[in-house]
Design a protein around this ligand. Sequence first.
Ligand code: M6R
Length: 617
Amino acid sequence: MCGIVGYVGAQSALDVVLAGLKRLEYRGYDSAGVAVLADGGLATAKKAGKLVNLDKELSARPLPAGGTGIGHTRWATHGGPTDVNAHPHLDGAGRVAVVHNGIIENFAALRAELAERGHELVSETDTEVVAHLLAESFSSCADLAEAMRLVCRRLEGAFTLVAVHADEPDVVVGARRNSPLVVGVGEGEAFLASDVAAFIAHTRAAVELGQDQVVELRRDRITVTGFDGRPADGDVRAYHVDWDASAAEKDGHDYFMLKEIAEQPKAVADTLLGRIDAAGSLRLDEVRISASELREMDKVVIVACGTAFHAGLIAKYAIEHWTRVPCEVELASEFRYRDPILDPRTLVVAISQSGETMDTLMALRHAREQGAKVLAICNTNGSTIPRESDAVLYTHAGPEVAVASTKAFLTQLVACYLVALYLGQVRGTQWGDEIQAVVRDLSRIAGAVERVLHTMQPVRQLARTLAQKDTVLFLGRHVGYPVALEGALKLKELAYMHAEGFAAGELKHGPIALIEEDLPVVVVVPSPRGRSVLHDKIVSNIQEIRARGARTIVIAEEGDEAVAPYADHLIRVPVTPTLLQPLVATVPLQVFACELATARGNEVDQPRNLAKSVTVE
Ligand code: M6R
């Protein structure tokens, strides 16, 4: 949440910062602002609304050129999205500028204290107190990094801060507690950002800051200390970003979401790559939890939010079926507040695309405090969740920019299947040949996803005809139930329509009262093979809702003729084993939501009120 960029070097800081903000706008888009050090002073511009408003402001009132600057794109927490509340925030004299991601929980007390000392604050934000405190501390130590350390020791909550001071024109200082902050190391220049996407066009050499650290950036030197001032040499991680700037471009697509949907076959294949050996056995050496420890586990608990939570719900079916170990799935935001029963024999799996979701982070910390082992499934190298976990299995979706998660979801599913099969392998609950059969199916699945993508034109046409509807319901059974939840979530966040996902068997316990004439109901139908009881039951459910006037949109596998007579619209997906069906059945729902959002004139990549990475609880 909130995107931050800082730059010091020989280029125009304003150009670098604005380009970086464009790449981070997915993190928040309520308002944006920049500050540049030039001509011995500080020049700022900020505007409510998207970056384009800031661009217009800068065209009307250009800032002087300078080589040191910071910028921010905001997802509002304290104070509405107005020009005044936009970042950067300044001290009273206009010598310090600060941008912030996170929440300063004790800001009210700090604000009252500042007011007593005669400071006048102009915004409603929690951030502005930091600018004033930094100015006070700087006036006594004349060192911005030291001032930042002094201030950070007084702050409570989660925050990333980046600041400049007019009296230190070649310095940018950043601080991090919980929220992300990465350094980019260039030749005679340096960058700070919430995400490497902001500076990847300039350098792929990155340094990830640890908890409670302050970094001072100069053109030729980067110095990292703890909040206590001690050098942090052993506790920073330098790494090479293994994707290039083009991975964060739209690449000819109208939206990042469309590009990311199209990238799913590759993302799935990349996530499988190198994890299955020539003999068809799973090789998850990177999961640094020993086989003997995994054999000891008597429970798996999955914690995640939103789309990642839906991946967890599907994982439960796979884990329990392939390993016979009980598995619970919990919304991360609820987890620690219900006093969950955890011990060293519990394997907690934390699923997160961004690796920064605060609810998930807090859940995993709670789990580790109770002695559980935590395995992260994550898409973002070096982010906080994998850093704080006992082990990590990275998904290889590449950068996901659209707020609505698509390729990350499919790769989370693949990673969950791998974990489930691996557990089955080390615990001996699955025979080698059974695992190999599933692995064979998995290795063909990228091709099946590709085939789905080639058949999406009727789904788009159908979506456009539903643009004026108010409600769409989604039904599924077994793994089709979380798919239904995911379809409904996509529609809510993109099309701003009322959408609900239900287990089809629950319909008769209440939700069937919602069915009325021509109400669109999407039904995810399980394979008629193997678990045909489920198939037969859902065909009955479809008939029940049709009898009450629903318009049925049925997702069924190729060759399932039994369901065809009851489908007003039939969307075919390739034949897959039941547990793997979500990998193909979700794709039409993504396309459906994207097309409906477009038809309703909504912002596809940046839906209202949302942000990609949710770093507040
Ligand atoms: O980065 P994470 O996977 O932890 O994010 C979790 C959710 O915030 C995320 O999946 C959200 O629900 C998506 N916008 C849904 O498309």
